[in-house]
Design a protein around this ligand. Structure first.
Ligand code: FES
Ligand code: FE
Length: 350
């Protein structure tokens, strides 16, 4: 029997194939430059992210195979990661190429960092710690240059699934976002809508709501949300916005859309980090700061309530909690998670 690898000694945390084979956002591209060692955790696995001089991103276990020190506590020198403990140097191939205690010796073959799959897309850094089972979901407006894009966040939530479910739920607007995305004294009735499933996940037909300040322009609008869930922790909406006051209609255009692509990083079963990319084609476009200010407000309002939900883990069996037809998208999301085999961070799934 071969000796156990140091990798086996790490707690596996999650065993759901659907999550291990998925791409998860763990950082924004903008926050990692050459010279940075960025520590983060995905599915209870500690990672270090770094960008080499050529601009390529790397995601490794945050662990030196020599004596298990955290590589993220070290530094980058000459395009190599230097461990903080005994100074082993790892190159961009994750190979140890220099041991200061034996400078003339070639490091042994096994002296390697533990790399993971990593890609940058939509201004976000995506990691898969298993074998990728599919591509990163497509963000329909990303390549459309008529849309301005703004990456916002990070926003901390306990349950990433509850954050996603909140994102696809229009009936909380008048209460959680009173005066912003809804009117507390005059909440919108939610007309029946449909939810379908296709090979990209689940999606809804449009849901109509009134929004006094529904987008960064600060103009009262009637909004029509079409939701999508691409992956257990990746969702999206495309919002058609119509200026509510006919006298101000000339300030908008019937092609006006505001879209959001949302990702939740599962740190552990009850800790997650939400990052979003907004895309809008308004003219004139709001500034990046205006978009971020508004999203920071809205997501702070959301997490203040969503983080009070119990159980913290989302129930994926519909017999727990109550479901109304206005919650159809959330209800389908829970059933879809269950059928995808999600148990990690879920309540009541066998
Ligand atoms: Fe990293 Fe010793 S623990 S060089
Ligand atoms: Fe909300």
């Amino acid at each position: 029997m071969s000796a156990p690898s140091i990798v086996d000694l790490e707690s596996p945390g999650c065993t759901d194939a659907v999550l291990l084979g998925d791409w998860h956002v763990v950082a924004t591209s903008a926050e990692i430059g050459y010279g940075d060692l960025h520590a983060t955790t995905l599915l209870e696995r500690d990672l270090v992210l770094w960008r080499d001089r050529e601009g390529e991103m790397h995601a490794w276990d945050d662990l030196c195979v020599h004596r298990g020190a955290r590589l993220s506590k070290g530094f980058v020198k000459d395009n190599r990661v230097v461990c903080p403990y005994h100074g082993w140097n790892y190159d961009g191939e994750a190979k140890c190429v220099f041991m200061p205690a034996a400078p003339s010796e070639k490091p042994m073959k096994k002296a390697r960092a533990i790399p993971h799959h990593v890609q940058e897309k939509y201004g976000l850094v995506w990691v898969c710690i298993g074998t990728p089972a599919h591509d990163i979901p497509s963000f329909p407006e990303w390549d459309d240059h008529s849309y301005k894009k703004v990456v916002c966040g990070p926003y901390r939530f306990r349950s990433g699934y509850r954050a996603v479910e909140n994102f696809i739920d229009a009936s909380h607007f008048p209460f959680v976002h009173a005066g912003v995305n809804g009117v507390i004294d005059d909440p919108d009735p939610i007309a029946p809508y449909e939810v379908y499933e296709d090979d990209q996940g689940i999606y809804s037909t449009e849901v109509r709501v009134t929004q006094p300040y529904g987008d960064p322009r600060g103009i009262p609008v009637i909004a029509y949300y079409a939701y999508r869930v691409f992956r257990p922790l990746v969702a999206y909406f495309k919002k058609r916005v119509v200026i509510a006051d006919p006298a101000r209609a000339h300030e908008g255009d019937e092609a006006d859309r505001f879209c959001t692509f949302l990702t939740a990083q599962p740190v552990d079963q009850t800790t997650s980090i939400v990052r979003i990319c907004c895309a809008m084609n308004f003219d004139p476009a709001p500034s990046d700061e205006d978009v971020r200010r508004r999203q920071d407000l809205v997501y702070a309002q959301d997490s203040a309530i969503v983080d009070t939900q119990r159980p913290e883990r989302i129930p994926v069996e519909l017999r727990y909690e109550l479901h109304h037809r206005s919650d159809l998208m959330g209800q389908k999301y829970r059933s879809w998670l269950k059928s995808a085999g999600v148990t990690y961070g879920a309540f009541g799934s066998l």
